[in-house]
Ligand binder design. Structure first.
Ligand SMILES: [Zn+2]
Length: 135
């Protein structure tokens, strides 16, 4: 049952962030989502995390977040933090499997903040996967 897996992963992410940062961070919910366009993924809504924390611990967090994706059976191709615009508060961590229509919007972006509410931690460029392109 996917929801039992989500329960476990929610608490693991929370514990991992607490250990890393040494203070209280809460994953208030962990949701699986599917959009009409074909994008799908996982969202971890978070309280107590700041953009500074991500910038300092980005490498460690990313290793852990990639493991989290494979644990949930999704490719770790696009991982980003959603910010509350105009602040440094991290509202959520998103693992999004981009559909073919949405992928170019993000791939075109330069830098880590293509939008005021998005901080890209990891985006796999599809052009780099030589010979693996499917019709
Ligand atoms: Zn899409």
């Amino acid at each position: 049952m996917i929801t039992e897996e989500l329960l476990q992963v929610r608490s693991d992410i929370e514990n991992n962030l607490r250990m890393l940062l040494g203070r209280a961070v809460m994953v208030t919910d962990l949701d699986a989502f599917a959009l009409p366009c074909g994008c799908n993924g996982i969202t971890a809504n978070i309280r107590g995390l700041e953009l500074d924390d991500i910038e300092v611990f980005e490498e460690q967090m990313l290793i852990y977040f990639k493991k989290t994706a494979s644990r949930l059976g999704i490719p770790p191709s696009f991982i980003f933090a959603r910010l509350i615009p105009g602040s440094s508060v991290v509202a959520a961590i998103n693992w999004r499997v981009l559909c073919d229509r949405c992928y170019p919007d993000f791939a075109r972006a330069r830098g880590k903040t293509p939008r005021p509410d998005i901080y890209i931690m990891h985006l796999e460029r599809r052009g780099q996967q030589k010979g693996t392109k499917k019709g």
